[in-house]
Design a protein around this ligand. Structure first.
Ligand code: CUA
Length: 156
């Protein structure tokens, strides 16, 4: 079968892009320390988020030395808790769910990037080494107030 030279080039580019994409996916999955599917797809009733532990008490809790758990509820349009604080060098385990629609939870400048699906508990850990104020933003379009959704973590 005759393949046009240009087609071969496009094919090679396509394969290259695919391999690059898979590589990035693999590396970032590794870097984020993705937990096994069992931990990632813990189910919860979105209508009862506010009365279901640990979401009945959102906020930052110390769980060990330099280790914290940030329990958060994403809703249209904000996060509960909205402002949290940890000392620099702390590893924060995010435990997040939504009480209404699909939201995001991303911290620009870090690899913290979660999709928050109602009925599911999303988890991710991140070590905050540098002091500063880290903005938490929603990166899934969720309605009219989408761009106003935010929270912050103050690293002291
Ligand atoms: Cu929540 Cu966009």
């Amino acid at each position: 079968m005759h393949i046009h030279r240009l087609e071969k080039i496009w094919l090679a580019l396509g394969m290259g892009a695919l391999l690059l994409f898979l590589g990035i996916l693999g590396v970032s999955a590794f870097a984020m320390g993705i937990s096994p599917p069992s931990g990632h797809h813990h189910m919860i009733d979105p209508a009862k988020v506010n009365e279901t532990a640990p979401f009945d008490k959102p906020g930052m809790k110390q769980v060990a030395d330099k280790e914290y758990e940030a329990v958060m509820i994403a809703y249209a349009f904000g996060y509960d808790a909205e402002t949290m604080e940890v000392p620099a060098g702390s590893t924060v385990h995010f435990t997040v769910t939504s009480s209404d629609v699909v939201h995001g939870l991303a911290i620009p400048g870090t690899n913290v990037n979660l999709m928050i699906v109602p009925g599911e508990v999303s988890q991710l850990s991140y070590k905050f080494t540098k002091p500063g104020t880290y903005l938490i933003l929603c990166n899934e379009y969720c309605g009219g107030g989408h761009e106003y959704m935010q929270a912050k973590i103050i690293v002291t």
